[in-house]
Design a protein around this ligand. Structure first.
Ligand SMILES: Cc1cc2nc3c(=O)[nH]c(=O)nc-3n(C[C@H](O)[C@H](O)[C@H](O)COP(=O)(O)OP(=O)(O)OC[C@H]3O[C@@H](n4cnc5c(N)ncnc54)[C@H](O)[C@@H]3O)c2cc1C
Length: 465
C-alpha cells in the first residue's frame, strides 16, 4: 500500500542523519545559489563527483543582496527548518551563535492574536530558536556548503538548458563580467532560481510541457525597519502579532525579532489597499495604533538604523511539476521555483530545506538520473508543497479581497480552525498541536482528527475559551 501523505511528510522531515554518500553522476549543476540552491548542493555533494552552483548575484558577505530583494524583510526560520539545518549541517545553531546570532537562551516568544497575548508558552524545545536576519542565515548556510570539497560556486546568469533526446544534459550560463555563454554538461540540473524562474519557458521552447501554475492573489504589503536593541525601551526578543479578518477587524501581521548585531528587525504588514509606506512617522503611527504596545514603544522610543523598507508580493504561486505527464530526465526544481507562499506564515525557507530532503530521499534510492524523469522526487515535493499551501492558502481565503477558490465545506472548516486558534490561546495540548503544524513539524491532517476539534469544542461548552 502506498504511504499516506502524512507518512511521507514524517519521513521527509526526519531529524535523522542522511544515508551514506552514493555517487550517481559526474557533475550536478544548481542554478541559483540562495537557500534552495545551497541546500540542494549540500545534498548533491553526496551523489555527484562535482557540484557547480551558478549564481547571478556576485554580492559577498552577510548583508542584503539584490538577487534576494526580500532579504531586507523579517524572515523567521520555522522549527522544522532549523531541524533540517541541523540534519544537513550538524552543529549549525551553535556555529551561528558563535558567528553572532543572538543567544537569548529562551524558547518562549510572545504571540498576540487580535491584541490578546497567548497564555500558553510555546511548547518547550530542545534547543533555542535561531533568530537572525535572512542574509545572515544564508551566509552561514553558504559558508558550510562552500566548505565541502566537491562544491564550488560560479557567478553568472543562467540562460537556458542543454537538451538531449530524452532529457536535460546540462545548462548554459554567461559568467559574470563576460559576454560569451558557457555550456556545462551535467547528469542533473536543479532549478533554484526562485519564484520568477523561467524554467517553464525554457521547457516550452524545447517542446516539453510547462508545469501548470496555480496562483492566489494575496496582495501583501510588507514594511520592515531595523532598530538598535535597547533594554530600556523593551526586553522583547520575539513577538508576533496577528490580526485576523472579520468582526470589523482589518487583517494585519507584525513581528519584532532580536537579530544579530544587537538589533531588532520590526515588521508591519497589511493587505490590498492597506499599504505601509516608507515614511518613518507613518510607520511609527501604524505600530502604535494597530499593534500591541511593544511595537509602538520600539517605533517611538527606539533608534532606527537606516530607513523603512517596503516590499509587495502580489500572489502565492505553485508550479505543479508532479502533474506534468512528460518530464525530461536530468532535471529537478526546488524552493520558490516550485512554490512560493504568503510569507507571513514563514514557510519558504523551511520548504526549500524539506525539498532538499526530498532530493536526498529520491537519490538514496539510486535512480538513473540522466535517463529517468524525476517523478519520484516531484511526488515527494508535492507532499511538502500541499502541506504548506493548505495551511497558508486556507488562512488567506478569509481575506476580504479573496473572492474565489473557496472549497466545498469551507465555512465548517473555517469554524473549526477559528475554534482551534481560540483554544490554543489557553489550552496547552491544542497549542502544541496547532504549532506543530504551523511550524511544519507535523502534517496538517493531524489537526483533522476528531479528538482535536472535540477537545476545543468541549472547552468552549464549558466556557473556558
Ligand atoms: C517579504 C518576504 C518575507 C519572507 N519571510 C519569510 C520568513 O519569515 N520565513 C521563511 O522561511 N521564508 C520567508 N520568505 C520566503 C523566502 O524568502 C523564500 O522562500 C526563499 O528565499 C526561497 O529560496 P530560493 O532559494 O528558492 O529562492 P530565492 O531566495 O529567491 O533565490 C533565488 C536565487 O536565484 C538566483 N537567480 C535568479 N535567476 C538566476 C539566473 N538566471 N541565473 C543564476 N542565478 C539566478 C538569485 O540571484 C537568487 O540568489 C519571505 C519572502 C518574502 C517575499
Amino acid at each position: 500500500m502506498a504511504p499516506s501523505a502524512s507518512q511521507v511528510f514524517a519521513r521527509i522531515s526526519t531529524p535523522e542523519p542522511p544515508g551514506p554518500p552514493r555517487i550517481l553522476m559526474r557533475r550536478a549543476v544548481v542554478l541559483g545559489g540562495s537557500m534552495a540552491g545551497l541546500m540542494a548542493a549540500r545534498v548533491l555533494s553526496d551523489h555527484a563527483e562535482e557540484v557547480l552552483i551558478v549564481e547571478r548575484d556576485p554580492t559577498e558577505g552577510a548583508g542584503p543582496r539584490p538577487g534576494v530583494p526580500q532579504g531586507t524583510q523579517v524572515h523567521a526560520l520555522l522549527p522544522a527548518g532549523q531541524t533540517q539545518l541541523e540534519r544537513w549541517f550538524p552543529g549549525f545553531t551553535l556555529e551561528a551563535v558563535a558567528a553572532g546570532a543572538p543567544d537569548f537562551g529562551r524558547n518562549d516568544g510572545q504571540v498576540f492574536i487580535n491584541d490578546e497575548l497567548r497564555q500558553v508558552p510555546d511548547p518547550a524545545r530542545e534547543r533555542p530558536m535561531l533568530i537572525t536576519t535572512r542574509p545572515f542565515l544564508e551566509s552561514q548556510v553558504r559558508r558550510r556548503v562552500l566548505a565541502i570539497d566537491n562544491v564550488r560556486m560560479a557567478f553568472g546568469r543562467a540562460e537556458g538548458l542543454l537538451f538531449g533526446e530524452d532529457g536535460v544534459r546540462g545548462a548554459r550560463y554567461v559568467p559574470d563580467g563576460e559576454e560569451e555563454a558557457v555550456d556545462v554538461e551535467a547528469g542533473l540540473v536543479v532549478d533554484a532560481m526562485g519564484r520568477s524562474s523561467r524554467l517553464n519557458d525554457w521547457l516550452e521552447e524545447h517542446g516539453w510541457p510547462r508545469a501548470p501554475m496555480q496562483r492566489m492573489p494575496i496582495k501583501l504589503n510588507y514594511a520592515s525597519a531595523l532598530y538598535e536593541r535597547d533594554e530600556s525601551v523593551s526586553d522583547a526578543w520575539a513577538s508576533i502579532a496577528q490580526i485576523t479578518p472579520g468582526e470589523g477587524r482589518v487583517a494585519r501581521i507584525g513581528g519584532v525579532l532580536g537579530v544579530e548585531g544587537d538589533r531588532w528587525l520590526m515588521l508591519v504588514a497589511g493587505y490590498d489597499e492597506d499599504r505601509p509606506s516608507r515614511d518613518a512617522d507613518e510607520y511609527a503611527a501604524r505600530c502604535r495604533e494597530h499593534f500591541p504596545k511593544v511595537f509602538g514603544d520600539i517605533a517611538e522610543r527606539g533608534r532606527m538604523i537606516g530607513g523603512v523598507i517596503t516590499y509587495h508580493q502580489a500572489d502565492s504561486r505553485r508550479r505543479d511539476f508532479h502533474a506534468v505527464d512528460r518530464l525530461p530526465a536530468g532535471l529537478v526544481a526546488a524552493g520558490d521555483a516550485v512554490a512560493s507562499f504568503n510569507p507571513v506564515y514563514g514557510q519558504g525557507m523551511t520548504s526549500a530545506m524539506l525539498h532538499a530532503s526530498c532530493l536526498s530521499a529520491w537519490l538514496q534510492t539510486g535512480p538513473d538520473v540522466a535517463e529517468e524523469p524525476a517523478q519520484a522526487y516531484f511526488d515527494r515535493v508535492r507532499v511538502i508543497v500541499d502541506a504548506a499551501w493548505q495551511v497558508s492558502t486556507f488562512a488567506d481565503l478569509g481575506l476580504p479581497h479573496i473572492t474565489e477558490g473557496h472549497p466545498p465545506g469551507y465555512k465548517v472548516i473555517r469554524w473549526a480552525s477559528e475554534l482551534l486558534l481560540r483554544a490554543s490561546m489557553t489550552d496547552e495540548p491544542t497549542c502544541r498541536r496547532l504549532n506543530s503544524v504551523t511550524a511544519m513539524e507535523a502534517h496538517p491532517s493531524s489537526l483533522a482528527k476528531p479528538g482535536v476539534v472535540l477537545r476545543a469544542l468541549r472547552l468552549r461548552l464549558l466556557g473556558r475559551i
